[in-house]
Design a protein around this ligand. Structure first.
Ligand SMILES: O=C(O)CCC(=O)C(=O)O
Length: 294
């Protein structure tokens, strides 16, 4: 993947209100970020992954064995449509402007392809404990290519990015899903840090949390800060797939973090140079490629 081209499509204008909402609530809903050919390109990429799942793929079902979700990590390595979308730099710019930083580096991208019928929930979690980075300059751009009612769309706990706590990946909420273990599957086993508190089971105690949810249309984005608690509810009968592409971006001051457990693979492997715990990711553009500069 080469960090060469900047935005080539019509640019989505980030307003001061968008920035305020992102910084205050930890999440903001942006309408029609991708349209026309860019939206078609996203849909093509997700369908290619579903038809030909290769690379770092995880399969998830509901706890009772029903439903099907494919999660593809670093999917933009393997599918031309997704690589191109990332290289255009528009997603990076949106993240960078909401974070109010001067450049945006790719930390991770993932496809969440939920097949129609039984929609499998995504248990509530923070993204941070899965990652080898820490800090506030970390924005996730989640884009749907389907009409997605709030019953199946990503939801967030408002303001949880400012609680100043990183939870572990373990949570009672994880019992809602079954990861399909197989030789070829990418596994989340061993990720996290057991010394951290378990992530709260927000779904069971929804009334105790201030939850933001949105109805989204194809091409809409929800951008949220990496420390935000978030999840997506399941649904018994849903007529269309619920397909989303989520890219995680870091500003230059985000710090490399040597986690006690395993972490998600980085977009590029280190070129052999040791990365130092606490160093700025700006020092490692060969590992976290830059796709936008102001
Ligand atoms: O799309 C989903 O169901 C989950 C997305 C998510 O957890 C993420 O983007 O970090």
């Amino acid at each position: 993947m080469q960090a060469t081209a900047w935005a080539t499509q019509d640019s989505y204008r980030i307003t001061p209100d968008d920035i305020r909402a992102y910084q205050r609530d930890g999440a903001v809903h942006l309408q029609s970020v991708l349209q026309g050919e860019a939206l078609a390109q996203l849909t093509r990429g997700l369908e290619e992954l579903h038809a030909r799942p290769t690379g770092q793929i995880t399969r998830v079902k509901a706890a009772d064995g029903e439903g099907g979700t494919l999660i593809g990590q670093n999917a933009s390595w393997g599918y031309a449509s997704l690589i191109d979308l990332v290289e255009q730099g528009e997603l990076a710019r949106i993240a960078g402007q909401l974070m109010e930083v001067r450049s945006a580096q790719l930390i991770l991208d993932q496809v969440f392809y939920k097949e129609p019928g039984r929609i499998v929930p995504t248990p509530w979690h923070q993204d941070t404990p899965f990652l080898c980075v820490r800090g506030m300059d970390m924005a996730r751009v989640w884009i749907s290519c389907d009409p997605s009612p709030r019953e199946v769309t990503l939801q967030v706990v408002r303001g949880s990015h400012r609680w100043n706590v990183i939870y572990d990946t373990r949570s009672d909420a994880n019992a809602a899903v079954a990861m399909q273990d197989g030789d070829t599957e990418f596994t989340y086993a061993g990720m996290g840090d057991e010394r951290l508190p378990a992530s709260p089971d927000v779904e069971t105690h929804r009334d105790s949390f201030d939850i933001l949810s949105w109805q989204v249309e194809p091409g809409d984005a929800i951008v949220f800060q990496g420390n935000v608690l978030h999840g997506a509810p399941g649904l018994d009968h849903h007529p269309v797939p619920r397909r989303a592409f989520a890219t995680m971006w870091g500003g230059p001051d985000l710090r490399y973090h040597q986690s006690a457990g395993a972490t998600m693979p980085t977009p590029q492997h280190s070129s052999g140079a040791a990365m130092h715990h606490g160093a700025r990711i700006a020092d490692y553009p060969e590992v976290f490629p830059v796709f936008w500069r102001d």
